[in-house]
Design a protein around this ligand. Structure first.
Ligand SMILES: *[C@@H]1O[C@H](CO)[C@@H](O)[C@H](O)[C@H]1NC(C)=O
Length: 394
């Protein structure tokens, strides 16, 4: 009887510390890179017999923005077969492509982080922002929406002094250093974070809503448009790399949509790549004081020279690993099986719309004509939304 007591205790203690490896849920080629960024997990994996990623432990490959990442360990890299007349040299061209259209974006932003507010208190707040306030990460942050009155559906101007802040000393110089050219909605968080204020001791005592899980707040471009909305998703993905390579699904996403009500989105299926909880609109918290343990203000989709709206990408290069990673990540998380492309076959993709514009008028005829040809071997349809189907033919 006495013997069974310590045994029982051992079982309890191991089950408490055990990691649920299935939470990592990444494309298999990203797992070694992820573990490379999380040394503690890598060590844990090497000692835990249950860890399914043992074959990733030997690898030292990396996304390319990590401090310790060597050139020869890069996960994949772009090619620049044609020299650009905009570049001084081939190396210069490669570097420009890397820093503006590939994972170099993450290192460029990381180099430019500034501490906006810090505290020596153990439960104090902290806020850091990228040089033009296009990205911020904070802990113990209060967003006081009790008295705000948004005047537009997407209003970043309704926050006033004292309505965002924390218990920390604000470095006003950081705010003064931001370039006003980047102020507008979809370009930065300037108009929100410029009001960051040191709040009194009791500030986070009376929160109406407390987010104890990590939160991403984002500015969405037009959600009905695939091009624009994927700018949102790609920027959120880069944001997750930027904030210490974290891809947990157990977080909350709040869209900066200030008119109340829900958040509706024809590409709503995509959010499953980023969170297992429903996306909410900031407008649904108007009238409340909202407190965040950990919050990220994500890279907005229309940054000047940003990714990838209005993006002056240097010519002569192709194959960015960032977009490849994004594609693999999305396909993995949505568990989409792809039948093709097939070798020596031409794939035709038809966007079958039922919208006001850009419909194929003779879609029926085209369909019938193609389907009756004997060399058309595979046909798959995926429903992107009620209004849009994608049909692949081979
Ligand atoms: C940001 O990264 C930190 C680790 O440095 C992590 O604890 C936090 O959960 C992340 N925040 C979000 C919103 O993912």
């Amino acid at each position: 009887m006495l013997l069974s007591v310590p045994l029982f205790l051992i079982i309890i203690s191991t089950s408490v510390t055990a990691i649920d490896w299935s939470d990592i849920n990444l494309h298999q080629s990203h797992v070694p890179l992820y573990l490379q960024s999380h040394a503690d997990l890598k060590t844990e994996c090497s000692v835990d017999p249950e860890c399914p990623f043992k074959d990733s432990l030997e690898s030292s490959s990396c996304f390319g923005y990590e401090e310790s990442c060597e050139d020869n360990e890069l996960y994949k890299s772009a090619n620049c077969p044609d020299l650009s007349k905009w570049a001084k040299s081939a190396d210069d061209q490669k570097r420009t492509f890397w820093n503006t259209g590939d994972f170099g974006i993450v290192s460029e932003k990381r180099k430019n982080m500034e501490v906006l507010c810090s505290s020596s208190l153990e439960d104090g707040s902290y806020m850091e922002c990228e040089a033009e306030a296009r990205y911020c990460h904070g802990t113990n942050i209060v967003l006081d929406l009790e008295k705000v009155t948004p005047s537009k559906p997407y209003d970043t101007e309704f926050i006033k002094t004292g309505q965002i802040g924390g218990r920390c000393k604000v470095n006003k110089k950081v705010i003064k250093g931001w370039n006003r050219d980047h102020r507008n909605f979809l370009q930065s968080w300037y108009q929100v974070v410029e009001h960051f204020t040191e709040l009194p001791e009791e500030a986070d005592d009376q929160c109406d809503v407390v987010f104890s899980k990590p939160v991403y707040i984002l500015q969405n471009d037009a959600v009905v448009n695939m091009f624009h909305h994927f700018c949102d998703f790609v920027n959120l993905y880069v944001t997750q790399h930027l904030n210490s390579t974290t891809f947990s699904l157990d977080n909350h996403i709040i869209a900066w949509q200030t008119n109340g009500g829900g958040f509706s989105d024809p590409f709503g299926a995509m959010w499953k790549v980023f969170t297992k909880h429903p996306v909410t609109a900031i407008g649904s918290y108007v009238g409340k004081k909202v407190c965040f343990k950990d919050v990220v203000f994500a890279l907005p989709p229309r940054q000047r020279l940003g990714l990838f709206y209005n993006m002056p990408l240097i010519d002569g290069c192709y194959g960015t690993s960032l977009f490849r990673a994004f594609n693999e990540h999305v396909m993995h998380r949505l568990a989409i099986q792809q039948a093709g492309p097939l070798r020596d076959k031409v794939r035709i993709t038809i966007l079958s719309r039922q919208s006001q514009y850009r419909n194929i008028l003779n879609e029926q005829e085209v369909g019938v004509s193609i389907l009756t040809r004997s060399y058309v071997s595979i046909l798959t349809r995926s429903y992107v939304s009620i209004r849009l189907r994608v049909v692949y033919l081979y």
